[in-house]
Design a protein around this ligand. Sequence first.
Ligand SMILES: C[S@@+](CC[C@H](N)C(=O)[O-])C[C@H]1O[C@@H](n2cnc3c(N)ncnc32)[C@H](O)[C@@H]1O
Length: 239
Amino acid sequence: MTDPYERSAEFVDVMMAPHWEALGPPLAKALQAFEPGPVVDLGAGGGLGTLVIAEALPDAEIIAIEPSLALRSVLTARMSERPALRDRVTVLPEGLLQAALPPRVGGVVAMNVIGHLTPEERHRLWDLLAPGGRAVLNLQPPAEPVEVPMARFADLRLGRHRYEGWGRAEPAGPGSVTWHMAYRVYEGERLVREITTAYAWRVLGERALREELAEHGLALTPTGPEDLGMYMIEEDAHV
Ligand SMILES: C[S@@+](CC[C@H](N)C(=O)[O-])C[C@H]1O[C@@H](n2cnc3c(N)ncnc32)[C@H](O)[C@@H]1O
């Protein structure tokens, strides 16, 4: 598998941090509904969400799946420098289809990742939840394969440098877009570095996801503030 974050990992983690200030509290709240058992943090990135899980569920074992070597290095460092987490966070480098997971998990967290998964991986994910398991995820626009104009999504300072993150999407077939990302580093007004990357993202809207989940006897319920696009997935009580 090629790693879409190989060259951008140094920017992705720091640029995700402000988003986690908003995502953390509703995720922590939603996690209180999880059954006891290991929690899988799917596509854990640098582990900002893993820290939220660890704090919200202080007794839970956490299995953090992160295929990107670059982001996994951030994740491993972030976990291992916290003595309380060393005994209960396991980092797996494989994708979801290859990862050796316990037969029963308490739940899955899939934040900012669902568009990276193939349909086969998504079905594996839903199968993991039966019986009794729950998942929390977020859906990010676009929900259809449409063009998204170039926009700045991050602007932060580190020492003498200012980091900007830019992205635009273009349709790439019936269910996908290609995101084109640019990460720029400025010293004053001068552009001193620019890294560009592109990756495929499978678009998924609420309706399509609900229909897919129904095939697995699962229901989708919004959770947290509406603008965050977060959902809880659990066994459909009406089936
Ligand atoms: C935008 S980052 C989100 C990271 C983290 N969940 C967060 O919200 O801060 C997406 C992550 O998904 C991971 N990823 C990509 N494809 C994956 C796959 N097939 N299975 C699991 N994780 C994947 C990437 O390596 C990356 O760390």
